[in-house]
Design a protein around this ligand. Structure first.
Ligand code: PHE
Length: 504
């Protein structure tokens, strides 16, 4: 058995955790979620979700990763015999996400290249869908690969291999760049966005509070979902990262720093995006709502490119700044997901880290090929929706039960407090045992009820045929859950040795 690696310093660990948390979710999910769920008023459910569930779960994951010095499956098996499957479930969710996150990174690689000539011309949406993706008419038509996407995909996986080839040693070197760089790029884009004429209308659209939205359960479900996705909790990633900490390490304060840095980046992204949208609306004589679209992929690959084209000067430079930001923001989230899976697999079977890394990357690459086909975007959209609405929320719910009730959150506090700067009081038990699980269970039930209503009324998600939803959504969920139970019951070959204390 290889000796467990350790981070070089506390700072590098925090960088890696922030790198995982701050990803595409901050750049293109948060701003739109705020804008469409009550603007400034959305910050209320968002912060409540952060305090009642996001940060407590982050502390939980840092805590058990550190205590048990293992990836999620092994860590949960030590929490309580029989709970290993929960760890596999979280890793399964990660694995599903990583296969399509890879393809999004592939597009970003492509767009770095296209930026040099502003290749999208004056029809960015058409360029993205027809020239780059060569999008087919529906999920039933895969229709071969899109070559540019395939090339980008190979680059993306190679970059990940290069980053994690030596585990936390090489990761530490990369996050020194990939964490500060996107913040600098984002700063440039915020200044550019806010100094454009019309920016103020965009910011109004982003933050103008609509308090009536707070009565809508959907807004609350979105806030909780966003907090989990954004903090990378419930994926096994933070457990794996914390398992590489030395014995004496702060837990709680690291969690607060990670969480607040991550939120700050999200909030900042809103100013860059909507400042620019305000300008674009003014240029086109349209409303911000009309030009801004719905965020996500559309924002990154056709709305923002369109705005860049309309800039008074320096379009190529700002295009490069934007895609370098997306690349550096996303790549450390991408490799953290891979690292979470690698840690889980190698801890369970005692395979060498290097071999496991290559194996996971190869399997991940092969599966991600589905999304590099011409029908790929349809599948990406379906799978993304279902893993987010059910997978993450389900894992988080069971984590709170496993630690709050089975292991006992009091015991976790007693472990964490002596090594941490900020001490957890009895309030932590209330959050982990009651508030977080009740909120999560509420959201899960709400999502399921909505789903049933939508499907029975013939409004399946995104207008996709029900069979595609059944395969990309429900089947994936069943395979993940059944697979996790089977893996959780299978024999492990690791030696239950005490974690070593010395730094290599
Ligand atoms: N938190 C990342 C984002 O906001 C996504 C992610 C989720 C990364 C889970 C790792 C694990 O984009």
């Amino acid at each position: 058995m290889e000796k467990r690696q350790q981070w070089d310093s506390r700072m590098i660990f925090i960088f890696a955790a922030i790198g995982s948390a701050a990803g595409l979710g901050n750049a293109w999910r948060f701003p739109y979620m705020a804008a469409s769920n009550g603007g400034g008023a959305f910050l209320i459910p968002y912060f409540i979700a952060l305090i009642t569930a996001g940060i407590p779960l982050l502390i939980l994951e840092f805590g058990i990763g550190h205590k048990f010095q293992a990836g999620a499956p092994t860590a949960f098996s030590k929490v309580k015999k029989g709970w290993e499957g929960l760890g596999w479930w979280s890793i399964g969710v990660s694995f599903v996400i990583v296969t399509y996150y890879a393809v999004i990174m592939a597009w970003v690689f492509d767009y770095l290249w296209y930026s040099l000539s502003l290749a999208w011309g004056d029809a960015p949406a058409d360029f993205f869908l027809n020239n780059v993706l060569k999008l087919s008419e529906g999920p039933g038509h895969l229709g071969g690969f899109s070559i540019p996407v395939l090339i980008g995909l190979i680059l993306a996986w190679l970059a990940v291999y290069w980053t994690i080839r030596d585990g936390v040693k090489s990761v530490g070197k990369v996050v020194k760049w990939t964490v500060p760089l996107p913040i600098i790029m984002l700063g440039i884009l915020v200044i550019r966005g806010l100094t454009l004429p019309g920016a103020i209308d965009g910011i109004n659209y982003y933050l103008n509070p609509d308090f009536s939205k707070l009565l809508d359960p959907k807004v609350w479900a979105s806030a909780y979902g966003q907090v989990f996705f954004s903090l990378s909790v419930a994926f096994g990633v933070m457990i794996a990262y914390a398992s590489y900490l030395p014995k004496k390490s702060d837990i709680t304060n690291n969690a607060f720093i990670t969480a607040f840095a991550n939120c700050g980046i999200s909030f900042m992204a809103g100013f860059a995006v909507f400042g620019t949208m305000g300008y674009m609306a003014a240029e086109k004589g349209a409303s911000v709502a009309e030009v801004a679209g719905t965020g996500g992929i559309g924002l990154a690959f056709w709305v923002y490119p369109e705005a860049i084209r309309l800039l008074p000067f320096g379009s190529v430079v700002f295009a490069l700044v934007f895609y370098i930001m997306l690349l550096t923001l996303g790549i450390d989230s991408f490799f953290s997901l891979v690292e979470g899976v690698v840690a889980g697999v190698s801890d369970k079977w005692g395979f060498g880290k290097k071999k496991t890394t290559i194996g996971v990357i190869l399997v991940g690459f092969v599966i991600s090929l589905i999304y590099a086909t011409k029908g790929g975007l349809h599948w990406l959209d379906i799978v993304d929706r279902y893993v987010n609405n059910y997978g993450i929320i389900g894992v988080a719910l069971f984590e709170t039960i496993a630690i709050g009730w089975i292991y006992k959150s009091r015991k976790l506090r007693e472990y964490v407090n002596p090594i941490s700067e900020v001490h957890l009081g009895g309030w932590y038990d209330v959050l982990i045992k009651f508030i977080a699980p009740l909120a999560l269970a509420g959201i899960l039930v709400w999502n399921i009820v909505q789903e049933i209503i939508d499907v029975t009324q013939g409004n399946a998600y995104g207008g996709y045929p029900v069979w595609a939803i059944a395969v990309g959504g429900w089947l994936v969920a069943i395979v993940l859950i059944v697979g996790s139970i089977i893996l959780g019951k299978s024999k492990s070959s690791y030696v239950m040795e005490e974690a070593s204390e010395e730094v290599e």
